[in-house]
Design a protein around this ligand. Structure first.
Ligand code: DGL
Length: 286
């Protein structure tokens, strides 16, 4: 890759016993998708990459997001991934087309659940919580044109929220204060459905429900993504390992893998050790 961001040195193919699935996000958000995939596909090898050094993607330019998605995917494919999951709305809406052009393998992305929200909303008012860059994308306007007619979509960017989650500050008052501000349009706008259009926000589902009211419908993508991946793997003939020895592997571009591992372990309630990868930054702006 030749751009102003960084290049990841891949360690070479993993010695794995089955078909490896590569999953990535800008940080810990996509681990919520990882968790759902692990439940649905207990016998597949999974490798997860948290591109923490470049997080949040949601404040970056489209070109930067594409460059990082290419770089991280190259790393995962270098490990031997036979399929990719872009566990990030921001990376999907900006980069999944380029990834599909480069790699002839199943690539599953995540877009804000505009279609299910339109189908479920009785008041015909839906709030979409996502990163600024996701909400600006043409994918979101296309989804609205295709599936959202007759429904009023309130697009609520959530700057600052991803950073708090990355820092493990789920329970802190600052997070609740920010969330309260972002959920306000749900209450004031008479919306009855909320789309979690950023994988980081999956960890806040209970809090959003508490703030918005128990009757609110929350569109959360993890199970649907895992089911879609399982279908695509089956039709591509990418079966699971047969010897039963499955090891989850986690990688990060974070300068301090210990910190991000601690946050990840807390969020998933299991021990997660992220391996730091060598990311050769081309300049210091990243
Ligand atoms: N978790 C990501 C998403 O679903 C991106 C968050 C960010 O890096 O801004 O959009």
């Amino acid at each position: 890759m030749n751009n102003a961001l960084g290049e990841i040195r891949a360690p070479g193919p993993l010695v794995n016993s089955g078909n490896l699935i590569g999953i990535f996000d800008s940080g810990v958000g996509g681990l919520a998708i990882f968790r759902a995939i692990r439940e649905v596909l207990p016998h597949h090898e999974l490798a997860y990459f948290a591109d923490s050094k470049y997080c949040p993607y949601g404040n970056r330019s489209s070109a930067e997001i594409v460059a990082r998605a290419m770089e991280v995917s190259g790393f995962l494919v270098g490990l031997g991934a036979q399929a990719l999951v872009v566990a990030c709305n921001t990376a999907t809406v900006h980069a999944v087309a380029a990834l599909r052009e480069r790699y002839g393998m199943p690539i599953i992305g995540i877009e804000p659940g505009i279609k299910p929200a339109a189908a479920i909303s009785g008041s015909r008012r839906v709030v979409v919580l996502a990163t600024p860059r996701t909400l600006e994308s043409s994918s979101v306007s296309q989804l609205r044109d295709l599936h959202g007619s007759g429904t009023d979509f309130i697009l609520q960017p959530c700057p600052g929220l991803v950073e708090l989650i990355e820092a493990g500050q789920i329970e802190e008052p600052a997070t609740m204060d920010l969330l309260r501000r972002f959920v306000r349009p749900v209450i004031e706008g008479d919306a009855d459905a909320v789309v979690l259009g950023c994988t980081h926000f999956i960890y806040l589902e209970d809090k959003i429900r508490m703030l918005a009211g128990r009757d609110i419908s929350i569109i959360e993508p993890s199970r649907a993504v895992a089911a879609q991946l399982a279908r695509r793997l089956a039709s591509a003939g990418l079966g699971a390992s047969t010897n039963g020895l499955i090891e989850d592997r986690f990688f990060t571009s974070a300068s301090n893998p210990v910190l991000i591992s601690a946050v990840a372990s807390r969020l998933l309630c299991r021990d997660i050790q992220m391996l730091g990868v060598d990311d050769q930054a081309q300049n210091t702006a990243a």
